[in-house]
Write a protein that binds this ligand. Structure first.
Ligand code: GLN
Length: 504
């Protein structure tokens, strides 16, 4: 295929165009498309050329739909040309986690039980991205029903970390994070119930935001733990992440927990200035179990922010040690209830042979769900059972309230809390499946923000001795994405380009 600007053969054109476009952020590509320098189809050609070249190696996607993407691109280009469509994401190729419903596109949640599920409606967050002119490349791999921290519980194979293919990309939004890191999309959507955006972002050297609970509609997001689930962006830098968040957020009458926020000008917060910002470092976050190289990179980031004028000090954040048991009690209780709908009747997998209705349910669910999901359904049923409800579920809710109170006290003194995202860099493939408890414990730094509904961001702050990325986590009080983004943006400027965020 040749175009007016193609210098030579199709293959050479793709390569040159890809190399030219691959270094761009979503916002930069959007600007070039708006200026008419790059056509939407050319951007798609370049990204699909990249996908064709490396997807076999990394397996970021469960479903890729080239035809749909190119078909959508035609209409988008027309609307850009006539001036009907403007905005930073018009024409930008994006990826979507496979637990966000997409009308006419398969949505599997990485589960066998939804292997053939094609929704007839689209999640609000995705709809808003599409309305802004973003082109969907495909649906990304994830842990089954977003339960896991490595993307290894997917029924459709593992995603590899593009920095080292013997390592996991993190999870559960591992496919989205790896796709951004590998240049298989410009940016992506993920979901975060206990760290599933921030943790894979850290392991893959990209940026991920979990917004204040209620900021992005959960309509069309297949529920895991509804009181904590939030949709958010994974992107190459803080500007892209803020840009996407601005587009996908906003009140939605279809989600009863959706907030009417007037303060959604997230990109306006991107200022390079942390003078006087009070940063608190929870002492307990640097205790036992934290890899010394991760600790050193995160401490260096704190020093950089101090040098830029922030006031940085350590303090005691109470109840940190109870966050994991409270999170897994509440998350599993909600998951058990949410997953009751998958029974083989209305949609998805149905066991081929059964004797009666009860047997149909039993066989469908036994065959359709994977081990981790079943473990959580059983734990959820246990903590909600009449004999144990008070001892476990009710107690976890009380702990959750105390954790929220501890954050309230912290934010009376500090604007932003700073710490690691994960205790170590990306583990080797296979390691975590052997020891689920260890995997649960590795969520220690991310689950508190979900329990308390707070906004938090993960961004790269260094690499370990093996060249694997280390993530820095910043957390702000509810509704304070502005100060969160400003601090993250300033740090990103101090840090400078994170070498080869898009691995070629
Ligand atoms: N790893 C955590 C869990 O398995 C978080 C998952 C998520 O945020 N979806 O529950």
């Amino acid at each position: 295929m040749k175009t007016d600007t193609a210098p030579g053969s199709g293959a050479v054109f793709f390569k040159e165009k890809y190399l030219e476009l691959s270094g761009l952020t979503a916002a930069e590509l959007g600007r070039r498309i708006a200026a008419g320098d790059v056509k939407v189809r050319e951007a798609l050609d370049a990204v699909f050329a990249r996908i064709d070249a490396v997807e076999d190696q990394y397996h970021c996607y469960i479903t890729i739909d080239k035809e749909k993407a190119f078909a959508e691109a035609v209409g988008i280009q027309e609307r850009i040309d006539t001036g009907a469509l403007r905005g930073p994401l018009a024409g930008v190729p994006v990826a979507v986690k496979d637990n966000l419903c997409t009308a006419g596109r398969k949505t599997t949640c990485a589960s066998k039980i939804l292997h053939n599920f094609v929704p007839f409606y689209t999640a609000t967050a995705v709809e808003r991205l599409q309305a802004a002119g973003a082109v969907i490349l495909g649906k990304t791999n994830m842990d089954e029903f977003a339960m896991g921290s490595t993307t290894e519980t997917s029924a459709y194979g593992v995603t590899k970390n593009p920095w080292d293919v013997s390592c996991v990309p993190g999870g559960s939004s591992g496919g989205s994070a790896a796709a951004v890191a590998a240049g298989e999309c410009l940016c992506a959507l993920g979901s975060d119930t206990g760290g599933s955006i921030r943790q894979p972002a850290a392991h893959c050297g990209v940026v991920g935001i979990k917004p204040t609970y209620g900021t992005v509609s959960r309509y069309g997001l297949v529920a895991y733990a509804s009181s904590m689930d939030q949709v958010g962006p994974l992107a190459g830098d803080v500007t892209d992440a803020a840009t996407i968040l601005e587009v996908i957020s906003g009140y939605d009458e279809k989600d009863s927990t959706s907030l009417r926020r007037q303060d959604r000008q997230f990109t306006a917060a991107l200022r390079e200035d942390v003078k006087g910002i009070r940063i608190g470092i929870p002492k307990a976050y640097f205790g036992e179990g934290l890899d010394p190289e991760v600790a050193a990179a995160v401490r260096k980031a704190a020093e950089d922010l101090r040098a830029a004028g922030a006031v940085v000090e350590e303090f005691d954040l109470k109840y940190t040690e109870y966050a994991i048991p409270a999170y897994y009690t509440i998350a599993d209780a909600e998951a058990g209830s949410n997953l009751e709908r998958f029974d083989g009747i209305k949609y998805g997998y149905r066991a081929p042979e059964y004797t009666d209705l009860h047997d149909l349910y039993k066989k469908t669910r036994s065959e359709g769900f994977g081990t981790e999901v079943k473990r959580r359904i059983m734990l959820g049923a246990f903590v909600l059972s009449s004999g144990y409800y008070d001892a476990y579920y009710r107690k976890a809710l009380k702990v959750r309230a105390q954790i929220k109170k501890a954050f309230d006290e912290a934010f009376a003194k500090y604007d932003v809390l700073l710490g690691p995202v994960t205790p170590s860099t990306a583990p080797k493939l296979g390691e975590s499946l052997k020891d689920p408890l260890k995997m649960y414990l590795s969520d220690i730094y991310t689950v508190p923000a979900n329990l308390a509904g707070l906004p938090a961001i993960s961004l790269p702050c260094g690499k370990d001795r093996n060249g694997l990325p280390v993530g820095l986590q910043l957390t702000a009080d509810g509704f304070r994405e502005d100060i969160l983004l400003r601090t993250a943006y300033t740090y990103e400027k101090i840090r400078g380009g994170f070498e080869s965020q898009k691995i070629l």
